[in-house]
Design a protein around this ligand. Structure first.
Ligand code: NAD
Ligand code: GLY
Length: 361
């Protein structure tokens, strides 16, 4: 049953505006909430892990509206967010005669959302797709905003497109089957929103860290709602990341280097972002006067949320090489999101390499 507290936010992008439906029991309403009137065919892209738990109710809600459903199963994991999987999805779309009026539904975590969204962006020059995120990370971040991508062996998310979904459906019940490590990984992105732009939310997270770590439903629902509100507002103001949206990459320059440098899948995205945010905070202390007490608050919050705060061992030259290849590089300058205090972030493209080396030492 859909819960009485279900709510809908909007990503205000003019004629491409779309709803984010959030609540418990939402999968059962997917047919009504996701598929525009007249939809006759849906293609669900998911993996076996997620399908085992959550495919049946989604499929049922579509079939109940006389929508024919095809399912494309892709291998599970970040290591498969690549050309080969993308090619398989495109082949299956052709085989099942998907057309531009078909609706693709990405059912899964950020990996499924990113790769299915990219397939939707390029299949027949663009087909509509909806996001049904099933990890905390995807619910608070990757399902909203239309960034789609695959990885390249030389760099994370290097190939992709901005392609907005037609709707996002967040069923908080699906988190009940999410393994603990994956759940904690999502909490890193939750903490990020407080650190970069909302000191009050950061303080709220400090007060509710234990409740969140224990998956207390009210705290979790409030956190998801707040993160989606922040993300929807940022995307509406800066869809293509020409300014403010780049702040959402706090910790990601270091984090992507960790993910690429250790081989995709070894460190979960949120774990790499957590350790990356601590490095970014230490950098901020040197470049923007972030108080040592604020660095300590960030480390303490992440630790209480069960996240790593120290990066893996990597030679300094390797870090520099990996970060030079990041998408956030402009010219030769690596761009970092830095904090002057908790809740106040800016971009910096002028970090001297000796300062960076001190932080990484
Ligand atoms: P993921 O998609 O790999 O999912 C994590 C694991 O949990 C997988 O094994 C998955 O099968 C499993 N799973 C998913 N839902 C489950 C459920 N309800 N129950 C049981 N198991 C479940 O990882 P993720 O952390 O969701 O996403 C990480 C990816 O998201 C990275 O590739 C990252 O680059 C991307 N990302 C994209 C954006 C964006 O804006 N597009 C933002 C942040 C992260
Ligand atoms: N996760 C960063 C963004 O969506 O811009």
């Amino acid at each position: 049953m859909r819960d009485a507290g279900a709510r809908t936010l909007t990503v205000a992008l003019g004629d491409r505006a779309y709803p984010i439906h959030i609540g418990s029991g939402m999968l059962a309403a997917a047919g009504t909430l996701l598929a525009p009137a007249g939809t006759r065919h849906a293609v669900i892209v998911t993996n076996a892990t997620v399908a085992a738990h959550w495919l049946a109710p989604l499929r049922q809600s579509l079939v109940a509206r006389d929508i024919a459903v095809d399912v494309v199963l892709v291998p599970d994991g970040e290591a498969h967010k690549n050309w080969a999987t993308l090619a398989d999805i495109l082949t299956r779309l052709i085989e099942c005669r998907a057309e531009r009026r078909s609706l693709m539904i990405a059912l899964g975590g950020g990996v499924i959302g990113d790769i299915a969204g990219f397939a939707a962006a390029i299949y027949q020059r663009g087909m509509p797709y909806a996001q049904v995120p099933t990890t905390l990370l995807a619910q608070v971040d990757s399902s909203v905003g239309g960034k789609t991508a695959i990885n390249h062996p030389l760099g994370k998310n290097m190939i992709g497109a901005f392609w907005q979904p037609v709707a996002v459906l967040i069923d908080t019940d699906v988190l009940s089957t999410l393994p603990d490590r994956e759940y904690r990984s999502g909490l890193a992105e939750v903490a990020k929103y407080g650190a970069i732009g909302d000191a009050a939310f950061f303080a709220w997270l400090e007060a509710h860290a234990d409740a969140l770590a224990a998956r207390e439903p009210d705290a979790l629902a409030q956190a998801i709602d707040t993160c989606c509100r922040i993300k929807a507002a940022v995307v509406a103001r800066d869809e293509r990341e020409s300014g403010e949206r780049a702040l959402l990459n706090f910790g990601h320059t270091f984090g992507h280097a960790i993910e690429t440098g250790t081989g995709y899948g070894e460190w979960l995205h949120g774990e790499a972002v957590a350790a990356g945010m601590v490095l970014a905070a230490k950098l901020s202390a040197r470049t923007d006067g972030l108080a040592a007490a604020d660095v300590a608050r960030l480390e303490a919050l992440l630790t209480r949320l069960g996240l790593p705060v120290a990066p893996p061992r990597m030679a300094c030259d390797r870090w520099m090489d990996l970060m030079q290849r990041d998408k956030k590089v402009e010219g030769a300058a690596i761009r970092f999101v830095v904090l002057s205090r908790i809740g106040q972030a800016r971009l910096r493209g002028d970090v001297a390499s000796d300062v960076l080396r001190e932080v990484l030492a």
